[in-house]
Design a protein around this ligand. Structure first.
Ligand SMILES: Cc1cc2nc3c(=O)[nH]c(=O)nc-3n(C[C@H](O)[C@H](O)[C@H](O)COP(=O)(O)O)c2cc1C
Length: 191
C-alpha cells in the first residue's frame, strides 16, 4: 500500500482477534512515532509497549470505549486488544507537545495499518491507574494509549449528514461519518 491508501484504509478498530502481535512489530510502530516531526526537535514523547497478557488484562480495565455507542459498550473478553502502546510525555511544559503527540500517534497507527493491524487511539483513560500498573515514573505523564491487535471488525466511512456520531448497523459494521471534501476545502478564495 502507498501512503495515501494506508491513510484512507485506516479506521479505529475496537474488536480484535486474540492472535498476539510480535514485539518486533510493536517496536516498529514505536519507531515510527519516534521519527515523527517534533517542534524544535524537542522530542518529548516516550513509549511503553505492553504485550504481557496479565498486564494487558489490567490495562484494559483502565480504558473507556466508543462513547457514542449506546448502551455503554466495551469489547468482549474474546475481542480485546492484544497489545498497547502507552504514550508518555516527559515535558508537559513544552507548548507544542500535543501537536507532537498527534503526529507521532498518527505515524504509529499508520504503521500498524501497514502491518495489517487494527488500532484505536484512546484518551478516555484512567491515567493514575495506568501510571501505577506500568510502574511509570512520575517524571513522565501518561498522555494516551494506543490499542493494537489483528482486526476483528469492519469500519466504514460515510458522508456526514446530521450527526458526527459513529454507529453500528445490524451486521455490526461500524459507520463513521466524515465531513465531505467539498464542504471543507476552499480553492484560492472562499466563494
Ligand atoms: C485524540 C483522540 C482520542 C480518542 N479517544 C478515544 C477513546 O478514549 N475511546 C475510543 O473508543 N475511541 C477514541 N478515539 C477514536 C475516535 O473515536 C475515532 O478516531 C473517531 O471516531 C473517528 O474514527 P476513525 O478513527 O475510524 O476515523 C480517539 C481518537 C483521537 C484522535
Amino acid at each position: 500500500m502507498n501512503a495515501y491508501d494506508t491513510i484512507i484504509s485506516r479506521r479505529s478498530i475496537r474488536r480484535f482477534h486474540q492472535r498476539p502481535v510480535k514485539l518486533e512489530i510493536l517496536k516498529k510502530c514505536a519507531n515510527a512515532g519516534r521519527l515523527a516531526p517534533s517542534a524544535a526537535n524537542l522530542q518529548p514523547i516516550e513509549y511503553c509497549i505492553v504485550n504481557d497478557k496479565t498486564l494487558c488484562t489490567h490495562l484494559f480495565e483502565a480504558l473507556h470505549w466508543a462513547a457514542y455507542i449506546q448502551p455503554k459498550w466495551t469489547p468482549k473478553e474474546t475481542e480485546r486488544p492484544t497489545a498497547y502502546i502507552v504514550v508518555l510525555i516527559k515535558d508537559t511544559q513544552n507548548p507544542y507537545y500535543e501537536r507532537d503527540v498527534g503526529l507521532a500517534t498518527e505515524n504509529i497507527v499508520l504503521t500498524a495499518e501497514g502491518e495489517g493491524l487494527g488500532s484505536c487511539i484512546l484518551c478516555n483513560i484512567e491515567r493514575v491507574k495506568i501510571q501505577e500498573l506500568c510502574n511509570i515514573p512520575l517524571t513522565l505523564a501518561v498522555d494516551s494509549v494506543i490499542a493494537l491487535g489483528y482486526k476483528a471488525e469492519t469500519s466504514v466511512v460515510e458522508d456526514l449528514k446530521d450527526s458526527v456520531k459513529y454507529w453500528r448497523d445490524e451486521k455490526d459494521i461500524l459507520h463513521v461519518p466524515k465531513r465531505k471534501l467539498e464542504d471543507i476545502i476552499h480553492i484560492n478564495k472562499f466563494q
